[in-house]
Design a protein around this ligand. Structure first.
Ligand code: TRP
Length: 331
């Protein structure tokens, strides 16, 4: 039995991941898996909650997201990587927790109110969607996780999870630890238009993209608007390309030169982008190639998910045993 502290996190299989996901969440996961007993879920039931009317992409997206994870170094030897619905206890614990989750908590959840307003093209007034945070609490508690690495956007859900823990433990005794939020370091990775990189803005660089595609996008990426002509001086701090440099470019000397070159118009934006592209390629080309290689063999991927689910089930079964005992059920 692995004695290290357990960590759980998940992503919904809604499509290919981009550089922002990689720089924020995934690099953090890659580090965490060396220190903790990590469980990484592909939250297909969560995707189902908003995409129930058209479920045609979810299956393929499970593979896409798995490929992105593996390509950047999430390691099935170190972590349990699995699909949420393959571990049936996720559904079971969701039912158990829904007994004690007050409706008001869910109705007041800020992400619920937001999503209902923002996703007007989808009818999210379903029983399941209201319970999204309860399913998520179940994901975390099924592994009696001590901590959950997530972005700021998920902190309301983590708070709700802790409230559910207190209520459950209050009724039935100390079964669950209150999980900590391990806030993912916010990576400043702007998209091609200078806004936050996001799939929904259509401004992203995807992990799966080959370097020619990446260069074609970078080439036309916005820079400091003050540099309309080659001879115009600029300010790196006002340039989204500079933020991307800061992530990929580890060469301090070159960074200093580019900084100076921007301030004095000694260096043009295209040259600056070419330099950036070399560093992007150095990190991303092997990742992209590895991904393409892994994508060739679906059976291996299926195998990884089966192994992961097996490992997850061991912990999940033990937890459900505790839950049924605590709830005094005949089982
Ligand atoms: N709700 C998360 C998101 O949209 C995904 C998720 C599902 C999750 N279950 C989880 C994250 C449990 C952390 C822990 O990003």
């Amino acid at each position: 039995m692995d004695e290290r502290k357990r960590i759980f996190s998940a992503m919904r299989p809604t499509g290919k991941l981009h550089y922002g996901h990689m720089a924020g969440a995934l690099f953090n996961w890659v580090k965490l898996q060396n220190e903790y007993n990590c469980f990484w879920g592909i939250a297909d039931w969560h995707a189902m909650m908003s995409d129930y009317a058209d479920t045609s992409r979810i299956k393929d997206n499970c593979y896409e997201i798995l490929l992105d994870w593996l390509a950047v170094g999430v390691d099935p030897e170190k972590s349990a990587i699995f699909v949420q619905s393959h571990v049936k206890q996720h559904a079971e614990i969701h039912l158990a927790l829904s007994m004690i989750t007050p409706l008001g908590w869910l109705q007041r959840c800020p992400t619920y109110k937001e999503q209902i307003l923002n996703l007007q093209n989808k009818d999210l007034s379903t029983y399941a969607f209201l319970g999204y945070p309860t399913l998520m609490a179940g994901d975390i508690l099924l592994y009696r996780s001590w901590a959950v690495p997530v972005g700021e956007d998920q902190s309301a859900h983590l708070e709700l999870t802790r409230e559910i823990v207190r209520r459950f433990n209050g009724f039935y005794g100390e079964v669950f630890p209150e999980p900590e939020t391990l806030l993912t370091p916010a990576a400043k990775m702007p998209g091609l238009d200078g806004r936050k990189m996001s799939k929904s803005y259509g401004n992203s660089l995807d992990i799966a993209e080959d370097m020619d595609t990446v260069w074609n996008k970078l080439r036309t990426m916005v820079t400091d608007p003050a540099r309309e002509r080659r001879t115009d001086k600029g300010t790196p701090e006002k340039c989204p390309v500079w933020d991307i440099h800061k992530f990929f470019n580890k060469n301090a000397e070159e960074m200093a030169e580019l900084h100076e070159g921007c301030l004095t118009a000694g260096c043009g934006c295209v040259d600056c982008k070419k330099k950036l592209m070399a560093h992007v390629a150095e990190m991303m080309d092997p990742i992209q190639k590895r991904r393409a290689e892994l994508a060739k063999n679906r059976d291996d991927l299926t195998q990884i998910l089966e192994e992961g689910a097996k490992r997850a089930r061991v912990v999940a079964e033990a937890t459900m045993e505790k839950v049924y005992t605590a709830m005094k059920m005949l089982h």
